[in-house]
Design a protein. Structure first.
Length: 66
């Protein structure tokens, strides 16, 4: 019985750690995108609006993941 509870605790810890790493990877990816300027400048107002909207959504998602 003790071995079973130890295995469950070990699995739970591993699962928590995996979830933490996934959140950290997402956060780091979004942060890196904020540090690198876009390679292509928007040629018209629609593209510019799309880029701004995407950046805003990524910021919101990165704050929720933290």
């Amino acid at each position: 019985m003790e071995s079973h509870s130890h295995q469950s605790l070990n699995y739970s810890t591993r699962e928590d750690f995996s979830e933490y790493v996934a959140h950290l990877q997402l956060h780091m990816t979004l942060q890196a995108r904020n540090l690198v300027p876009p390679l292509i400048q928007a040629s018209d107002s629609r593209e510019q609006l799309l880029q701004q909207t995407q950046a805003t959504i990524e910021k919101i998602i990165s704050r929720q993941a933290s």
